[in-house]
Design a protein around this ligand. Structure first.
Ligand code: GYE
Length: 618
């Protein structure tokens, strides 16, 4: 990581803002991180840089060099190039514009690790994304306003940030999803104010000239909400509720505005600056168990939540595990698939290597067994509970018991359909909706046809997160291609044997009704491999007569692709052991965990199977 003379000079030239009193000589540092910031006009971004600076100060061997793109994509592209040429070891970047910055960030990623903060790029050319889940931010704001207005509904004026930027699109989407349930809530208008207070004040002042009553003004950040409040105050418009986002703790931040009654509510939106440095150093230390995406927790701030101490609760003292082994209680789903067996093995091995005492219970595909196991963990006062929920619903009572017992819960692999996110500390695993989308995108590209296409779908366990979400993602993409039709959709419960049985029944039924099947979409490889056996038995050539796409990317799927009986598999990694043990240790050490961690995954068509098989770990 030593820097060349030229690089040192370039770095010195770029080092507009180094870290405080520390030596300016880049040679003095083992590690140099470059930070390319989108702008320094938004209070939230100023806080992000501050957090990076503060956290970095804790690493004596680390130097951080900042660059400000002043909201210009061209300038940011130049900044990133300069930082790269100056020989930095890792890049932290918050892109001004996702599309414009993708090529240069791909370039950087080809050379060094890249951490994206708050805004993403096209594709997956980065090491780690850290940021709020902006769709959830919009959803939470919508739920709050729906709760506030109730059945009588009302008129909402929406103020959005820079149009076209991903946070704006996602917050709008989440907001509309949440208020769509209350027909009497109408968005009377949407104003664009580029995240800026003054622009919001001017725009809202103009808007009031030609518009009458509005019940709520929802602004996508606190600065704009404050601008709107000033406009209303100036024009004597009263009785309006103002809702913002960001909830920064500083004297002019959203929390203060709630306390002063300017805002009725805001939502904490962590900048991720601190986490970016912590995980950047983990990446540079080549620590394992680092996910592809981390979504930070956003929480509602009102005077009630402030009074209840829910906002910015007192820092948690590290679990008193100092010196003794951490005890982790893990309730597994069962043994339904090769994926599940690999997942169990990964967790057992990682616990051993991490020196964590693992109390492992196999739920044998039954929710009540997992619930009983969690109650035993609570009675035994384990330090942390982790489990993979067999199905999404029915967990509230036992999660409330764990919370009451003060035992943190980690969800691995599968989510629960519970709104109260304080009932678990993090969810780690795959993006199942995206997996469904990937399977459909591959299929449409592979077939490249406008002819009618008949699809049979083998679903996973009914009511489980992967089955629900993969179906949603798959159908979301097919909705744009009406010639694709799912003609049969039956559950094989993720078992190879059941996949074979139900596929046989479907083929007999289709034969009787004279219907043709062109495609099989199986929610996991095991069911697909079972279905392949049923097809061969019925004289149908799997992979040729019927195109087959499935999910997991287990070794047997690659063997089937090499045999020509399977056409594509979408990866879903079961190797969550290291990530889980890192999360347990980080949590016990007092670190806050992101609300969601998403693993890095790919799509494997048959063409690459022979080359990739030797590299597969499960
Ligand atoms: O796809 C399947 C397993 O929850 C992601 O469960 C997991 C799924 C996986 O049975 O093989």
């Amino acid at each position: 990581m030593r820097l060349g003379r030229l690089a040192a000079a370039a770095l010195a030239a770029l080092a507009l803002a180094g870290c405080g009193r520390r030596s300016a000589d880049p040679q003095a540092y083992a590690v140099v991180i470059g930070v390319s910031q989108a702008n320094l006009t938004e209070p939230w971004r100023i806080t992000m840089n501050e957090e990076i600076r503060t956290e970095a100060a804790g690493y004596p061997d680390l130097r951080v060099v900042f660059a400000d793109a002043a909201d210009s994509a061209d300038r940011q592209i130049r900044d990133v190039r300069k930082l790269l040429d100056s020989g930095i070891d890792l890049l932290i970047v918050s892109p001004v514009d996702a599309v414009a910055l993708t090529p240069v960030i791909d370039e950087a990623y080809a050379r060094i690790p890249v951490v994206l903060l708050d805004r993403s790029v096209e594709g997956y050319g980065y090491t780690l994304y850290i940021g709020p889940d902006n769709r959830i931010v919009g959803k939470q704001a919508g739920q709050y306003i729906a709760g506030l207005l109730g059945k009588r509904g009302g008129k909402v004026l929406e103020i959005r940030g820079r149009s076209g930027s991903p946070p704006v699109i996602e917050r709008e989407r989440g907001f509309r999803e949440a208020i769509s349930h209350v027909p009497r809530i109408t968005i009377v208008d949407t104003i664009t104010a580029d995240w800026l207070r003054d622009k919001a004040e001017d725009e809202v002042t103009a808007w009031f000239q030609s518009h009458q009553g509005v019940d709520v003004i929802f602004a996508q950040n606190d600065a704009m909400a404050y601008g709107a409040w000033r406009a209303a105050k100036k024009l004597g418009r009263t009785g309006i509720v103002f809702v913002g986002v960001d909830g920064l703790p500083d004297p002019r931040g959203g929390i203060e505005m709630v306390k002063r009654g300017i805002l009725s509510a805001t939502f904490t939106c962590p900048t991720g600056g601190r986490e970016a440095v912590i995980y950047a150093m983990d990446i540079l230390r080549r620590e394992e168990g680092i996910p592809k995406k981390m979504f930070l927790r956003t929480s509602l701030v009102t005077n009630q939540t402030l009074a209840a101490g829910e906002v910015a609760p007192a820092p948690r003292d590290p679990g008193d595990a100092s010196g003794r082994r951490i005890v982790l209680g893990f309730a597994q789903v069962g043994k339904e698939s090769e994926w599940r067996l690999a997942n169990t093995e990964s967790i057992r091995t990682a616990a051993r290597e991490a020196g964590i005492e693992l109390v492992f219970v196999d739920g044998e595909q039954r929710q009540e067994n997992q619930i009983r196991a969690i109650r035993e963990f609570i009675a035994r006062k384990v330090d942390v509970i982790a489990f993979s929920p067999n199905v999404e619903s029915g967990w509230r009572p036992v999660l409330l018991e764990a919370k009451a017992a003060g035992i943190p819960v980690i969800l691995t692999d599968r989510a629960v359909d519970e709104k109260d996110e304080t009932l678990w500390v993090t969810l780690m695993g795959s993006d199942f909706v995206e997996e469904g989308r990937r399977a459909a995108r591959w299929l449409v590209e592979h077939l490249d046809t406008t002819d009618p296409v008949n699809i049979v779908e083998l679903q996973g366990t009914v009511g489980s997160a992967p089955a629900i979400d993969r179906k949603v993602g798959f159908e979301e993409v097919l909705a744009e291609h009406p010639n694709y039709r799912i003609i049969r959709s039956v559950s094989g419960d993720f078992f190879r044997s059941i996949g074979e049985v139900v596929m046989r029944e479907i083929l007999v039924d289709l034969h009787a009704s004279g219907e043709r099947v062109d495609v099989l979409f199986a929610h996991n490889d095991d069911m697909a491999i079972g279905a392949i056996a049923a097809m061969e038995e019925m004289g149908i050539a799997p992979g040729r007569d019927v195109v087959i796409v499935s999910v997991d990317a287990i070794r047997d799927a690659f063997k089937a692709m090499i045999d020509g009986t399977l056409n594509c598999t979408v990866e879903c990694s079961p190797l969550l052991g290291k990530q889980l043990m890192k999360a347990v240790k980080d949590y016990m050490a007092g670190k806050d965990l992101p609300i969601r961690m998403v693993t890095a995954e790919e799509v494997f068509p048959a063409e690459v199977a022979r080359k990739v098989l030797p590299t597969r770990k499960y």
